[in-house]
Design a protein around this ligand. Structure first.
Ligand code: UD1
Length: 372
């Protein structure tokens, strides 16, 4: 039997995907595979997408699907419809998806229905909160996947509990940390801290975009109150996600922010600028998924404004803590952090910059076994 050469179709769609696919793409090519990159265009603004390709040294995508925004159903359906002909034309041995965005689930579903094996990077993470769109994407993507690459122990436990066969599951570490380790020297050289007139360890970096925190007026007002409370203590940098920016306008809250001294409201930042700021921050306040992991690796205290996390190792071993969206509570937590009361965290196992190589090794071995 002739073994077909290994071709992997890697899918990226939204901002948190780019730093995960970069290292995998390079490791696959280094292992002799052909790695094709498909960008769904779920995120399309230059500041939400193009800059990441530059910062991460990603090649131009081989296919750009131009999906854009819309309701979850619209976005998911459009990705599915646009992805199917690309899959047909490329005929890969494997479709590799990362994370938990709508593009992840949409492309995994198309591939599985076309009997193309699916690999999921960052499998097994569970917040237990089905009101989060990402949780549904995680559950369904894992159910469709043939190779499940796991970043932390909880992922192994969750998949076992859900009855996923052990032989499909591979504990490989965290590819986002691969990108971070590779980019850190360049990130330090960008001078983003000085450009904003800040001093290292003299400011707080904040991000806020989750629908539960910014889509309705009451929580968004509390976010504004929180920003005011924090800015009274230390300079705050807040790169504004388009969702948050739109809602601040919709609820007429921009002026309140403009009048807040010490608050640097900036456009979404590129990967290197953001990483440079994160490493130099006294603390990070966020509702992101990935930032909980990056701060844990960097040893920077992180307060995550969510009721749950799908990345519990960042709390048990790392520097992360969960907090309610309550300005007084978070301000008190920041005071405790700034006074040095908090202990240092630990870097979780296999978050060492080599996860993508492990993934490529598993894929090459799987392909050899499958074809042989
Ligand atoms: C998506 C992911 C979320 C991830 C986040 C990071 C899902 C379900 N959610 O949420 O897990 O944490 O990305 O950013 O996939 N918009 C722009 N320009 C862009 C992209 C979006 O203006 O480049 C606008 C959209 O039109 C929409 C809003 O921002 O109004 C939200 O975008 P969308 O892709 O629906 O979801 P995110 O909130 O970004």
């Amino acid at each position: 039997m002739v073994t077909r050469p290994l071709k992997v179709l890697n899918v990226v769609g939204a901002r948190p995907n780019f730093m995960k696919v970069g290292p995998v793409h390079r490791a696959l090519e280094a292992a002799g595979a052909t790695s094709v990159v498909v960008h769904t265009g779920q995120h399309y603004d230059a500041k939400m997408s193009d800059v990441f390709f530059r910062d991460l040294g990603l090649p131009e995508p081989d296919h750009y699907l131009g999906i854009g925004g819309g309701t979850h159903a619209e976005q998911t359906a459009r990705v599915m419809m646009a992805f199917e002909p690309v899959l047909e034309a490329e005929r890969p041995e494997l479709v590799l998806v990362v994370g938990d965005v709508n593009s992840t689930l949409a492309t995994a579903l198309v591939a599985a229905k076309r009997h193309v094996p699916v690999a999921h990077v960052e499998a097994g993470l569970r917040s237990g909160d089905r009101a989060m769109p990402e949780e549904l994407n995680r559950l369904c993507t894992d159910a469709l996947s043939d190779l499940l690459f796991v970043t932390e122990q909880s992922g192994l436990d969750n998949l076992r509990r859900e009855g996923v066969l052990d032989e499909k599951v591979h504990f490989v570490g965290n590819v986002m940390i691969d990108s971070l380790v590779a980019a850190l020297p360049k990130a330090r050289a960008t001078g983003a801290v000085e450009r904003l007139g800040l001093t290292p360890q003299g400011f707080v970096l904040m991000t806020m975009h989750r629908p539960s925190n910014v889509d309705a007026e009451a929580p968004l007002r509390e976010v504004v109150r929180l920003l005011q409370a924090l800015a009274a203590r230390l300079p705050i940098v807040l790169p504004l996600h388009p969702r948050t920016a739109g809602n601040l306008d919709r609820f007429g809250l921009r002026d309140a922010l403009a009048a807040t001294g010490g608050l640097h409201l900036v456009e979404p930042l590129g990967y290197l600028d953001f990483l440079g700021l994160m490493e130099a921050a006294s603390a990070v306040v966020t509702d992101s998924g990935g930032i909980q992991e990056e701060t844990t690796f960097l040893g920077v205290p992180c307060v995550t404004l969510r009721e749950n996390t799908e990345r519990p190792v960042t709390v048990t071993l790392g520097t992360n803590e969960l907090a309610p969206l309550d300005a007084d509570h978070v301000a008190a937590r920041l005071d405790a952090i700034l006074s040095g009361e908090e202990g240092e965290g630990e870097v979780p196992p296999l978050w060492d910059g080599h996860a993508a190589t492990r993934i490529a090794d598993v894929i090459v071995g799987w392909h050899a076994g499958d074809a042989g």
